[in-house]
Write a protein that binds this ligand. Structure first.
Ligand SMILES: *Cc1c(COP(=O)(O)O)cnc(C)c1O
Length: 467
């Protein structure tokens, strides 16, 4: 399967080639030249598969340049460390079933994609006899998922910048308790945007980037998107009966539009999905887009710090892949939209608004701090389940989009232990940590503190990078 750019300026590349690139050379995002499709017969055959086997089938439709047996070994390794099972489903009431995406090592759904990415990166680097130094900025979940997926790998090192004193104690412990030689935690004196700017400067210096073999594992990475497509198929197969061709709906707590884009790809591939419900928090730039057709990204100062922090985004990098489909895969119209945005601060697809629902099945809603607390409380009172704040945004918005006879699945994007303060605020309970989490919280921490100084960071990378 060749991959092309949403902006039309890239020679078709293989899956392995796009894997190590960030943006396409023309500034666009890599997308499959033709979306693969799955027919009903194949879907039924997939019912009997384990999660890693299903992942091999689904990812294999995209990663056609990787031999099946290699892919099978990688998916088996990626999803081995999920003690409660990979992606269990559990009903919380008559209407809503949670899809458990947070059973991996860092208790958030990003493990689902990162664990596979760790495998396929090491594999690809081995085939090319090269190394990669991942440089990233995190406000919490992405950094820890990347570090846990890449720790101990021989051909990859991680340099992860985080804003000093801005992460929760749990998030700090998850990252800083790692003592693997290939993991470098760097706490920058500044906020997340300062970290992000440092990364942009260094990655934008092509000479430095090449000399230090710099790479990224951010949410536009195509291997992450394809690994996420898998759990939509898995959840559909678990929630429907054999032989039925039942449509069901998914609600997705959203930030960068990566997770829900994967659901959109699953729907494009032929999975019977009725609605994809996008749940936003107070930073509702995407809800605004799907309600009005107008996309108006915000700046850092306009981005609120909320109690579902992993959804605090002001621009959604993966939205471009949706726009590409919306304009019938006409790259010149994608480029035109960005020009429009540059000139006037927004782009406007309000003329297409009815297609958002009718053709693509996407609807949306916004949840607030009060909604989140009330939802955590009501789910706890009615079912005894404690859900995390992001999942609570999902449950809240899912209720607004229930339809008779259409099962609603809500993606559980994190475990409550990661956000104990908000859980306490909602239901007055101090969460008890499992012994291994307690040990992690108490472990010695490994982190290098650094000023917001590009030169210091360059020197640190030159000294510690794999070559
Ligand atoms: C990253 C994240 C999200 C948002 O996912 P996107 O793919 O960026 O839309 C939601 N919830 C949690 C807990 C996350 O870590």
């Amino acid at each position: 399967m060749p991959f092309i750019s949403t902006r039309g300026g890239m020679q078709p590349q293989s899956f392995s080639e796009t894997l190590l690139e960030g943006l396409a050379p023309d500034g666009g995002l890599a997308v499959p030249e033709v979306m693969p499709t799955v027919d009903g017969e194949t879907l039924e055959r997939w019912r009997a598969l384990t999660y890693p086997q299903l992942a091999t089938e689904v990812i294999g439709l995209f990663a056609t340049d990787i031999p099946r047996e290699d892919l099978a070994r990688m998916t088996a390794d990626a999803y081995a460390d999920f003690p409660a099972g990979v992606v269990p489903l559990r009903a919380i009431d008559d209407d809503i079933t949670l899809v458990g995406l947070s059973e991996g090592p860092t208790l958030a759904f990003k493990d689902m994609a990162m664990q596979f990415l760790g495998q396929v990166l090491e594999y690809t680097l081995e085939r090319q006899d090269s190394v990669l130094n991942i440089l990233g900025a995190t406000s919490g979940d992405t950094g820890s998922a990347a570090e846990h997926a890449l720790r101990g790998k021989e051909r990859v090192a991680v340099f992860m910048l985080s804003p000093q004193g801005r992460m929760s104690a749990f998030q700090r412990a998850q990252m800083f308790s790692l003592d693997d030689a290939n993991v470098h935690n760097i706490a920058v004196e500044g906020v997340f945007d300062d970290c992000q700017n440092l990364v942009k400067h260094l990655a934008g210096d092509l000479v430095f980037k090449r000399a230090q073999h710099l790479g990224a594992v951010n949410s536009i990475n195509l291997a992450r998107i394809t690994a996420q497509v898998v759990y939509y198929f898995w959840a559909w197969l678990r929630a429907t009966d054999a032989g039925g061709w039942t449509e069901l709906s998914f609600t997705v707590p959203s930030g960068n539009f990566g997770n829900i884009l994967s659901g959109f790809y699953a729907k494009q591939m032929g999975l019977p999905i009725r609605r994809l419900v996008l749940a936003a928090n107070e930073n509702n730039v995407l809800d605004e887009f799907f309600r009005t057709g107008i996309y108006r990204p915000r700046n850092a100062a306009q981005t609120l710090a909320t109690s579902s922090p992993s959804m605090d985004i002001s621009k959604a990098s993966n939205l471009e892949r949706f726009i590409f489909e919306l304009v019938g895969r006409d790259a010149s119209r994608v480029v035109g939209a960005w020009h429009e945005l540059e000139e006037q601060g927004f782009f406007d697809f309000s003329a297409e608004l009815s297609r958002f629902v009718d053709e693509f099945g996407i609807v949306s809603g916004t949840s607030t701090h009060e909604d989140r607390l009330a939802t955590i409380r009501s789910v706890y009172e009615s079912s005894g389940e404690i859900i995390d704040p992001h999942t609570a945004d999902g449950v809240r918005i899912a209720h607004e989009h229930l339809e008779p006879g259409v099962p609603m699945l809500v993606l559980e994007t994190a475990k409550p232990e990661k956000f104990a303060e908000t859980i306490h605020e909602a239901i007055g309970i101090e969460l008890a940590y499992a012994p291994e989490l307690r040990a992690m919280l108490d472990a010695p921490q490994h982190v290098t503190e650094m000023a917001d100084d590009e030169h210091a960071l360059r020197a640190f990378i030159e000294e510690n990078a794999l070559h």
